[in-house]
Write a protein that binds this ligand. Structure first.
Ligand SMILES: [Zn+2]
Length: 333
């Protein structure tokens, strides 16, 4: 009923927008009739060879006082200058939460599940967006968990701990699963405070324990579902899995959490406190930047500005070059 109502309201909104335009008078547009869930809706279908993938928004994260997160060892004057050059406030950075879903002939594979509704309404838009695209959450057969940070696994369960995707198997790297499920996950190379570590470990353990009966372990390097070639980028978390999907000679590399903002592409040495091995994270970032640049590789990212698709290019520094696309809902690569 809810979906039908949303569709009906959307159609009403569209028809109310179209009629005044056809009449040559758009001064009476009433945007208030739009369903709120549509206002927050963001989804994009991408056709790649003979498969397709979707990108859905789960919302966004706001990081206040961002220097302590993005550049803890950098002189503040340098940080300030970079922020000004990027036309950003030095007080806050917003991070997108872009979630990929891959459809093959046999499987519907969600890549992570966003943060869910556990921390307010800036996140947790994923299910609405999947259903608005005409896909039932019951039809998702598999979820590839790239790593077990809250903004990637929170959306697997509701605030009441119900399973959001009841028919899915959960694929996660053995290295990642073992790290979080161990008695004392090793954060000795991290810059997170003791309190932040504690909260992170508790939340992750809660979710992994809830789904553990349907977990399937793999090793980075494995090919999953014939089209997903996985790789390990262990600085962010010990089993942080990035991957490339390929079909008919075309490919996209999902670099997941290698860059949380374009600023880290231009300044990979800044580092980010979310990396469990801070120095390894910097080395991973530099290596992946160079590989993507040299190979002119189309890249998808979990946190770069919506929809997180683009290229790494270079002048005196590397920079993010988002792809141009001209249709709001569907593109062909
Ligand atoms: Zn993340």
């Amino acid at each position: 009923m809810k979906i039908k109502r949303a569709l009906k309201l959307s159609l009403m909104a569209v028809s109310m927008m179209v009629i005044p335009v056809l009449m040559g008078n758009n001064s009476n547009l009433n945007y208030n009739v739009m369903d709120k869930s549509r206002v927050k809706s963001e989804s994009l279908k991408v056709n790649l060879g003979n498969i397709c993938f979707y990108i859905f928004s789960d919302g966004y994260l706001t990081i206040d006082k961002p220097q302590s997160t993005f550049a803890p060892n950098t002189p503040s004057a340098d940080f300030k200058t970079e922020m000004q050059n990027a036309h950003l406030s030095e007080n806050t950075i917003d991070l997108a939460i872009n979630v990929m879903m891959i459809k093959t002939q046999e499987n519907t594979i969600l890549i992570d599940a966003g943060l869910g509704r556990h921390f307010g309404d800036k996140q947790g838009w994923l299910v609405n967006n999947i259903e608005n695209a005409g896909i039932s959450r019951d039809s998702i057969t598999d979820i590839l968990i790239t790593h077990a940070h809250r903004d990637h696994i929170g959306g697997l369960i509701s605030n009441e701990e119900a399973m959001i995707f009841p028919n899915a198997k959960y694929h996660i790297a053995k290295e990642e699963y073992d790290f979080w499920m161990s008695e004392n996950p090793d954060f000795s190379k991290s810059k997170l405070s003791i309190e932040q570590r504690k909260v992170t470990i508790e939340f992750t353990k809660k979710i992994l324990n809830r789904i553990k009966e349907n977990v399937v372990l793999f090793h980075p390097g494995d090919t999953l579902f014939s089209v997903i070639q996985t790789e390990l980028a262990a600085g962010h978390t010990p089993g942080h899995t990035i991957f490339t999907i390929t079909s008919e000679g075309k490919s996209v590399k999902n670099i997941v959490d290698i860059f949380h903002a374009p600023l880290l592409i231009s300044n990979p040495e800044w580092g980010i406190v979310f990396d469990i091995d801070f120095e390894q994270g910097i080395r991973d970032r530099k290596q992946i930047l160079e590989d993507c640049y040299v190979n002119k590789q189309l890249v998808m990212s979990s946190h770069l500005p919506w929809p997180g698709l683009g290229y790494i290019d270079k002048r005196d520094k590397y920079y993010w070059n988002p792809i141009y696309y001209y249709t709001p809902l569907e593109i062909n690569l």
